[in-house]
Each structure stands twice: as C-alpha cells, then as structure tokens.
Design a protein around this ligand. Structure first.
Ligand code: HEM
Length: 185
C-alpha cells in the first residue's frame, strides 16, 4: 500500500486521465483522417474532432503545468534504481514538451493554412498567426514528427506504468491511479 502522502493530488490525477483519454483518441483520429480514400463525411467528422479537441488539450496542458508548478509531486520511492529516476525525469520533461509542441504546431498548421477551427471561430477568437503556406508546411512537418515522437513516448510511458503496477508493485502506479479517489485538491 503506498504512503498516501506520495500520491498526486486529485486535480492533478483528473487532468492526467482526461488528457490520457483525449490524446489516445487524437493519435488514431489524426492518422485516419489523412488516409487517402477515406469517406468525406467521416474525414470531416474526424477533422472537426481532432482540431477542436486538440485546442482543449492545449489548454489542459497549460493548466496542468501551472498546477504542477504550484503543487510539485512527492519524490519517487528512494529504492528506485538511479537510472530509472533519471529516465522518469527525462521522459516526463519530454512528454510535457511534446504535449505543448504538437498541438501548437497543429494550431499553426491550420491557421497559417487558412482553415477554420470551429469552436475558436464561434467564440470570436482571432488567428494568432499570419496566413502563410510556407509556415503551414513547416508546422505540418513539426506536427507530423512531433506526433510520432509523442506516440512512441506514450507507449514507453504506458510500459513503465505497467512495470510499476504489475511487476514491481512499488506504489508508483497508485500515485496517479485512480482518477477520482480523494486526496488533496
Ligand atoms: C496532443 C494533441 C495532438 C496530437 C497527439 C495530434 C496528432 C496528430 C497525428 C498523429 C496526425 C497525423 C499526422 C499525419 O499523418 O500527417 C495529425 C494530423 C493533423 N493534425 Fe493533429 N494532433 C494534435 C493536435 C492538433 C491540433 C490542436 C490541431 C489544430 C488545431 C491539429 C491539426 C491537425 C491537422 C490539420 C492534421 C492533418 C495534417 C495535414 O496533413 O495537414 N492537431 N495530428
């Protein structure tokens, strides 16, 4: 049983699991919607989902980073090998960086390309980037490779979580699970 004081606060866990579900939906949606031969109505629905939920994700990662800054998590267990400590630190920084970079690149790709983001348009939010095909192309490439890197990192992250939860059973997994259990604000 983990020491309850080492667990992430409830708000941090709720944001984590909400983002996990949304990002795991974004990757297959993003891949599927650019496949040649996909039916037009399905493609439109996937684009609508991908762009608008992507903007929500961008807001969530900002919220999450601010919350973490105000409420730093407890240290990992002291008996964890040093290389695993380092690997966790590096991969978490990389996850945060990509969770900022990928949606920002997606936003720039769409806006610079002159396409709509329906909820932002509906809310009257103006584009923050100029219309430019060259910029849209660069952002598209960053979004593509960033998306691949993010998918690989998430796979590693899930493998590490399973290792802690199933093999080591050292309480690290329960620091973030379950999403709703009471602990902190
Ligand atoms: C964490 C958030 C996001 C993830 C993980 C993600 C992931 C992906 C992936 C894997 C693809 C397929 C890449 C390809 O094969 O070309 C893709 C495509 C795309 N994404 Fe995202 N995306 C995210 C956020 C966004 C946002 C916020 C927008 C825009 C508001 C966006 C707009 C697009 C567009 C327009 C494409 C099609 C690329 C093209 O061919 O122009 N994405 N995304």
């Amino acid at each position: 049983m983990p020491n309850p004081d080492t667990r992430y606060r409830r708000t941090a866990r709720l944001i984590h699991w909400a983002m996990a579900i949304l990002v795991l939906g974004m990757i297959p949606a993003g891949v599927a919607m650019v496949q040649p031969g996909i039916e037009r109505s399905v493609q439109n629905a996937l684009f609508l989902f991908h762009k608008n939920v992507g903007v929500v994700l961008l807001l969530l990662i900002v919220l999450r980073a601010l919350y973490r800054w105000r409420h730093p998590p407890a240290p990992l267990p002291g008996d964890l090998p040093a290389w695993q400590h380092r690997a966790a630190g590096v991969s978490h920084v990389a996850l945060y960086a990509l969770l900022f970079l990928v949606p920002i690149a997606g936003y720039i790709r769409v806006m610079a390309g002159g396409f709509p983001i329906e909820t932002l348009d509906w809310l009257g939010v103006p584009s923050l980037v100029p219309r430019s095909d060259a910029l849209a192309e660069v952002a598209k490439t960053v979004h593509y490779f960033g998306g691949i890197a993010l998918a690989l990192l998430i796979a590693t992250h899930i493998a590490a979580a399973a290792y802690h939860g199933i093999i080591r059973r050292d309480g690290v997994f329960s620091r973030m699970w379950p999403p709703f259990a009471k602990h902190g604000g």
